[in-house]
Design a protein. Structure first.
Length: 401
């Protein structure tokens, strides 16, 4: 484009004024993420009382991963309608027709909302997309805390809590759909010089951008993409299983810590990754997640309250942070232009994570919580060495980034 500014790598930018409603766009996306949180963490913590209840959760996770793939074809309005249907179904009954609506429609809706909001926020903050996406996706974790608090204070009104959550989701996501829009292609805020930004020594050393723009077909042929997907499968399975297993212990304080830190840890991890590098922080996050499983397993074997709380802290900090870290590595490795098609493919690995999570929870609910948590520890720790060795495709091995 003739008015585009190019940096030293030839990447094009179209600097333009920052719209006055950019902060409003961010907070609307944040609120929409919080509105869909009860579908995953609310159901897992409050409604999975036996093994049969794991089936709708597994179907929901598969559909949510599929919904992220469809976000280019369907609107945020459709996501809001489907999300609301899923939450209202949980409030209206626990028979299989209602659970099917929750699992299929609610899952697809949550995937649409998650994908659209994350992509839009990243596009409006190209100078710090990873940090902003980490803040927004964090709401998907701690957004379930009001529902958990309600259930703890008024345990006999759980159906009403889900109905209220559905009404809130309809209002919040409907409002967001009216105002959320994508910026023009190649837009860059004119308050930051893109050429100076591209030469920033700290950025080049810790979070260097992609060497070139990759298409989906090209990304699929690299070694990095399957490793990122495998990390999401292993860590995602453990993250989901932890909520069910800790909730089964009846310790609602530990559940609140786990879910709250699952969200808050995402923003913290992204801030740390801008100073220390993405792969280093991702390795620490996976190690923390594995440590959390060992502490929870110790609690399951001995009944120590300290092990439960310490395990909830470690598992919470590690149980959500890998999601924005993987998303940022997709952007750093494969370029900005292809992120909208490449990241949904990586994120779709969460479908497999859901199946593994159901298997772990099934074992735990059958009375073998400690063995299930030891398996979860192995699952979380397995990809940590691979995460540390991740490299941007095409970058020479002599360059240590």
């Amino acid at each position: 484009m003739e008015n585009a500014v190019r940096d030293w790598r030839g990447r094009a930018y179209l600097p333009g004024p920052v719209p006055a409603d950019r902060p409003r766009t961010f907070w609307l996306a944040w609120a929409s993420m919080a509105a869909i949180a009860p579908l995953q963490y609310g159901y897992a913590a409050l409604l999975v009382r036996d093994q049969a209840a794991l089936i709708p959760l597994g179907v929901w996770i598969v559909c949510q991963a599929a919904g992220a793939l469809l976000r280019r074809r369907l609107s945020l309005t459709a996501g809001g309608v489907l999300t609301t249907s899923g939450l209202l179904a949980l409030g209206l009954g626990d028979s299989w027709p209602f659970l099917t609506v929750y699992a299929v429609l609610g899952g697809l809706g949550a995937g649409l909302v998650y994908g659209v909001c994350g992509e839009t926020v990243a596009a409006w903050h190209p100078e710090r997309p990873a940090m902003r996406v980490g803040l927004v996706t964090g709401a998907f974790g701690y957004g379930a805390l009001p529902l958990l608090l309600w259930a703890g204070l008024f345990p006999g009104t759980l159906p009403q809590a889900f109905l209220a959550s559905g009404i809130v989701a309809a209002l919040v996501i409907g409002t967001t759909a009216r105002h959320l829009r994508m910026p023009p292609p190649l837009w860059w805020p004119d308050t930051v010089d893109p050429r100076t930004y591209a030469l920033d020594a700290a950025v080049l050393r810790r979070t260097p951008g992609a060497l070139r723009e990759f298409s989906l077909a090209q990304a699929l042929r690299t070694r990095a993409l399957p490793v990122l997907a495998a990390i999401l499968v292993c860590a995602g399975a453990v993250s989901i299983a932890d909520v069910v297993i800790v909730a089964a212990s009846g310790a609602w304080g530990a559940v609140a810590i786990l879910v709250g830190l699952n969200g808050a840890g995402r923003a913290l991890a992204m801030r740390c990754s801008e100073a220390l590098g993405r792969t280093a922080v991702l390795t620490v996050v996976l190690t923390l997640l594995a440590l959390g499983q060992l502490l929870l397993a110790a609690h399951a074997s001995t009944g120590t309250a300290l092990g439960l709380r310490a395990g909830a802290v470690a598992a919470g900090l590690g149980g959500g942070a890998f999601y924005p870290l993987v998303a940022s590595l997709v952007r750093d490795y494969f370029g900005v232009a292809g992120t909208g098609t490449i990241h949904p493919v990586v994120y779709s690995a969460k479908a497999a994570a859901g199946l593994v999570a159901v298997a772990l929870c099934w074992l735990a609910l059958s009375g073998a919580a400690a063995p299930a948590l030891l398996l979860a520890a192995a699952c979380a720790g397995l990809p940590a060495p691979a995460a540390r060795r991740l490299r941007a495709p095409g970058r020479p091995v002599t360059i240590p980034v």
